[in-house]
Design a protein around this ligand. Structure first.
Ligand SMILES: Nc1ncnc2c1ncn2[C@@H]1O[C@H](COP(=O)(O)OP(=O)(O)OP(=O)(O)O)[C@@H](O)[C@H]1O
Ligand SMILES: Nc1ncnc2c1ncn2[C@@H]1O[C@H](COP(=O)(O)OP(=O)(O)OP(=O)(O)O)[C@@H](O)[C@H]1O
Length: 626
């Protein structure tokens, strides 16, 4: 046992969960996914499990209820003990009642017809009295805000609504141990905050032992007691989250695990070395306010500069927009438009995409999309945001011709999309499904990427080259002969992205493409998308990750209950906090800081990224220059 494993295995009293020398390989595979893992978790601990995509996190937690090796097969050695009891003779059915598990893909665990039936399934299996079952279901529905959808059919739910149902089902079981594998990946920011607060309460009030796997550390590092970092099937760090994040920043970044913005900013301000100051939003805000007591005049020129760049994006819809923003063209954006318009000649000078009075109704008459009007230019990078169930995926479905509008129309290059054949449309528009498993269907990684290209009539040699390039970009070359379903969730997501990227369509509609990815892979992938944008490709990114929106999108469209609520340049939209709140969106940390500084009369320009903050502070705070 190495020194780190020794440290990890030290615990007090009887461990709630104990792993002894756990080693595991999947069937038909020589490589060990878990290598001699030792761990003790105490009752009531709240543990954050992080690590790069494919390092073995999901594999590890599946050993806690014997899904591995019972269901998966493979070569397993070592022991898993639950309160001292070795699980090797336990039945999965029984363990499922003791160890709750929210899986990465909610669809794998929802099997009843309606939301309420699914949530009551667990308590019914516990043999509880009817009144207790009903009370638990009611509480769980409330906790995950699904009261209004309790009788809805599971298959009609949006991605986030399914994730909420899966979490609700586990809450209703009230297990002593709850494992959550990226439970908030499909939730809107408000939903994410609610679920995390709920977990914290569960942990404090019921002493539930929690193991939370997350790639996005911003909201979770403050609430967990302990952080375990995995790489290549073993633990490499174990300790208090904030300490690890500060002490091991370089190693973590190399692994693709990026520190939360709050710790990055605290580091920038030198606060991490001051033991007397707790790391909190308020303390960071106060420190910035103190540093930035600068006369307003110094900022005016900067604000103007920012607005010039922002104003380059035309605001098109009839919905509420930011009238204060002038509409003119910036050099950078207009050059994209020139490039793209020479590639994609548009009829009658129309924008690349025009959505006119679009509505979409279900058979029962309920209106999912209401009077949507949007113009999207070639080369724009637009983020489509909104609460779970707002209608984002439905709008995407209309754009790609999966759903037929009930009213209005969509023009692509000036031509109604109904006049395109499916083949023509699929060459122009690439759609990445919210759930990668909905689009993966070949039996090897290579064939999966090749499939779309073959249908485009490209010569064989050229296809091979394009497939290899695409796999290389998404760091999947090592897996090219593997069956896609033997990949980790993050790897499958990257495969789905690789298949779309290889086709280089004019319009890329990416429905939550970053789910299940570590930060390192996300940034590489979005940098690639940025390159495509420079070639005039248009990008619509549906996401709940506001930091990425701040970093990459020029324009934001916010939807609320089937309508467009806001439409404008990124920095401006993020300062519209009240409206965003209505749509379940919490602006990224830096926008919130700017907003709160402005409220204190400090005239900062809208800052969206840590590097923008860095250069701003370098210019205005001489004491921070080193
Ligand atoms: N059924 C399988 N057969 C073979 N290899 C598998 C199988 N399932 C997973 N693997 C491999 O095991 C490794 C660990 O996968 P796992 O799902 O545990 O990773 P992870 O850390 O949870 O990743 P992510 O963050 O992407 O979800 C990956 O390299 C994956 O390709
Ligand atoms: N066939 C259907 N029957 C009933 N309701 C439906 C159907 N299809 C979609 N809906 C409802 O329409 C609403 C919009 O769904 P959509 O998937 O477009 O939302 P979304 O904004 O993409 O959500 P998320 O962020 O959770 O993915 C949801 O409330 C969903 O339950």
């Amino acid at each position: 046992m190495d020194s780190l494993s020794e440290k990890v295995s030290v615990g007090l009293g009887t461990a709630h969960i104990k792993l002894e020398n756990l080693t595991y390989s999947y069937p038909h595979s020589d490589s060990q996914v878990l290598s001699d893992v030792n761990l003790e978790l105490k009752k009531g601990e709240f543990v954050l499990l992080v690590g790069p995509s494919g390092c073995g996190k999901s594999t590890l937690v599946r050993c806690f209820n014997r899904l591995i090796p019972e269901i998966s097969g493979g070569s397993f050695s070592g022991h898993v003990l639950l309160q001292g009891k070795d699980l090797k003779n336990e039945k999965i059915r029984k363990l499922a009642l003791e160890v709750g598990m929210v899986f990465q893909n909610p669809e794998t665990q929802l099997f009843c017809m309606t939301v309420a039936e699914d949530i009551s399934f667990g308590p019914e299996n516990l043999g509880l009295p009817r009144a207790e079952i009903l009370s638990r279901v009611e509480k769980a529905l409330k906790a995950v805000r699904l009261e209004k959808l309790s009788n809805h059919f599971i298959f009609t739910l949006s991605g986030g609504e399914k994730q909420r149902t899966a979490i609700g089902g586990n809450l209703a079981m009230e297990p002593e141990i709850l494992v959550l594998d990226e439970p908030t990946s499909d939730l809107d920011p408000t939903g994410t905050q609610e679920v995390l607060e709920l977990l914290k309460r569960l942990n404090e009030e019921k002493q539930t032992t929690l193991i939370l796997i997350e790639h996005k550390l911003d909201s979770v590092f403050e609430i967990a007691d302990r952080m375990l970092v995995m790489d290549k099937g073993r633990f490499i760090f174990d300790g208090k989250p904030f300490e690890i994040l500060c002490r091991e920043e370089e190693t973590l970044k190399r692994l693709g695990i990026h520190p939360p913005q709050l710790t990055e900013i605290a580091h920038l301000l030198g606060m991490d070395s001051e033991a007397s100051i707790a790391l909190s939003y308020e303390n960071v805000l106060n420190r910035l306010a103190k540093l930035l007591q600068i006369p307003a005049s110094q900022f005016e020129s900067q604000i103007e500069q920012k607005h010039e760049t922002f104003s380059s994006i035309e605001i098109s819809s009839s919905v509420e927009t930011f009238s204060s923003i002038e509409i003119s063209s910036s050099v950078e954006i207009s050059s994209f438009i020139e490039t793209s318009s020479s590639i994609l000649p548009s009829e009658e000078n129309l924008p690349f995409v025009r959505i006119e009075n679009l509505s979409y109704r279900l058979e029962d008459g309920s209106e999912i999309l209401k009077d949507i009007n949007l113009d999207i230019k070639s080369g724009e990078f637009l983020a489509l945001l909104g609460h779970n169930g707002a209608g984002k995926t439905t709008l995407a479905g209309n754009l790609i011709g999966f759903c037929r509008p009930s009213g209005g129309r969509i023009l692509l290059n000036g031509k109604d999309i109904e006049r395109y054949s499916t083949a023509q449309l699929s060459k122009k528009v690439g759609y990445l499904f919210q759930n990668p498993d909905s689009q993966i269907f070949m039996d090897s990684v290579f064939k999966e990427v090749r499939f779309g290209l073959e249908n485009m009539g490209i010569p064989k040699k050229e296809i091979e080259k394009l497939v290899n390039e695409s796999l290389e970009t998404m760091e999947l070359s090592a897996y090219k002969n593997r069956h896609p379903h033997s990949l980790s969730r993050g790897q499958r997501q990257r495969l789905a992205v690789a298949s779309i990227l290889a086709l280089e369509p004019d319009l890329l509609v990416l429905d939550e493409p970053t789910t299940g990815q570590d930060r390192g892979h996300i940034l590489k992938f979005l940098d690639k998308i940025k390159e495509l944008k420079k070639l005039g490709k248009t990008v619509i990114l549906i996401t709940h990750d506001m930091e990425l929106v701040a970093e990459y999108a020029e324009r934001i469209v916010v939807m609320k209950q089937g309508r467009v609520l806001l439409d404008g340049p990124t920095a401006k939209v993020f300062l519209s906090t009240d409206k965003l709140n209505e749509a379940g969106i919490i602006p990224p940390l830096l926008s919130r800081l700017c907003f709160d500084l402005q409220k204190q009369g400090i005239n900062v320009p809208p800052i969206l990224t840590v590097s923008e903050l860095k250069s701003f502070l370098r210019d205005h705070c001489p004491e921070l220059r080193d």
